[in-house]
Design a protein around this ligand. Structure first.
Ligand SMILES: *Cc1c(COP(=O)(O)O)cnc(C)c1O
Length: 353
């Protein structure tokens, strides 16, 4: 058996602007006022690449990192202190507890049974999630008097806002409930706000904020528009260029017909990469500052673009998707969160920071 040679570079890459991430975190930390900003780096840092994101964020001054799954921890352990990593899903079984103990990573306790499991294993510092109205993860307020919580060593007591990106009464209801949680639960730090919650103002900041989306260029509320920069730039190689005649049909189900002779290009990106079919006939790429529109249907691995504006564009050139998140969300009907986390496994995320 011979070893496979290293794979050649991918025709898809997610260019990452480390300075933009650093600047976004610093802006959110400043907007958090008295509170310190942490960072949600779950789901591979929203698709950006958790390793490079955490390295950059740690360099910017971030000291608290949130992942969802225990499986997301291993890549981060060489980068930051284990106690700086919080696992939101909490210890669901003995294997999770054993891993937390061995690694020193802090679990977020979400239920009484998780609290019991953690205590039976000897306890140690942990975090606590309390539900104040999203009805997702977290202990109910009525459960807070349970003796099993009595001697937990709680670092961060947190709750999560359901609708911070909207101006609705629910925000104030959750804020007030969190205030009562603070009166009932002893903890070293309290935390309520996600990206949008930071823009709701000081009453939501507590001691630690937990931005995710806005770190990676998402605009969670209009107040954040001026200080958040795009971080991720999907880039794709042009595999083939072809000349069409008037009347030629493009792509699956021939949804586009050339109205005149035209030059088109075939890009190595498709819905399997997270560039979904909603971009059919609608998406836009960029080549040296010129707009290059998608024509016809996006297919699994390929997307066809109109090269009429860019006669100099050649096979092997790289094009950048127009992926400004608020605008791309409006155009595609996808959320900014989906746009980021969709970017698939075929993107190379290698980067030297
Ligand atoms: C994902 C998540 C965040 C970050 O939310 P954004 O809206 O992306 O800023 C914060 N807290 C918890 C508990 C989360 O699950």
């Amino acid at each position: 058996m011979t070893d496979a040679p290293p794979p050649p570079p991918s025709p898809l890459r997610l260019r990452f602007d480390a300075d933009a991430l650093r600047t976004n975190w610093r802006a959110l930390d400043a907007l958090s006022g008295q509170a310190k900003a942490g960072a949600a780096v779950k789901a591979d840092a929203y698709g950006i690449g958790a390793v490079r994101a955490v390295r950059t964020l740690a360099d910017a001054g971030c000291r608290t990192f949130f992942v969802a799954h225990w499986g997301e921890v291993a890549d981060l352990l060489p980068l930051v202190q284990p106690e700086q990593i919080a696992v939101l899903h909490g210890p669901m079984n003995d294997a999770d507890v054993a891993f937390a103990k061995a690694s020193g990573v802090r679990p977020v306790i979400n239920t009484l049974s998780q609290a019991r499991r953690w205590r039976e294993a000897g306890g140690a510092a942990c975090h606590l999630m309390v539900d104040t109205g999203i009805n997702r993860l977290g202990l109910g307020i009525a459960e807070l008097g349970d003796p099993v919580l009595g001697d937990l060593d709680i670092d961060i007591c947190m709750s999560h806002l359901a609708s911070a990106d909207e101006d609705v009464a629910q925000n104030d209801v959750q804020r007030a409930r969190f205030q009562s949680v603070r009166e009932q639960v002893g903890a070293r730090r309290y935390s309520l706000a996600n990206s949008a919650g930071i823009a709701l103002g000081a009453a939501y900041h507590a001691d630690l904020t937990r931005p995710g989306l806005a770190l990676y260029g998402g605009i969670a509320r209009p107040e954040l528009a001026g200080c958040i920069a795009q971080v991720a730039f999907p880039e794709v190689a042009l595999i083939q260029v072809r000349d069409l005649r008037e009347g030629d049909l493009i792509g699956y189900n021939a949804t586009f017909t050339a109205q005149q002779a035209m030059r088109v290009g075939v890009l190595a990106i498709g819905y399997a990469d997270g560039y979904l079919r909603c971009w059919s006939g609608k998406g836009r790429f960029d080549w040296r500052g010129h707009e290059v529109p998608v024509v016809g249907r996006v297919s699994m691995d390929l997307t066809i673009v109109d090269l009429s504006n860019v006669p100099e564009c050649r096979e092997g050139d790289w094009l950048t998707a127009r992926y400004n998140l608020p605008q791309a969300a409006r155009e595609s009907g996808l959320s900014q969160y989906e746009l980021l986390t969709l970017m698939g496994r075929r993107f190379s995320r290698f980067h030297t920071i």
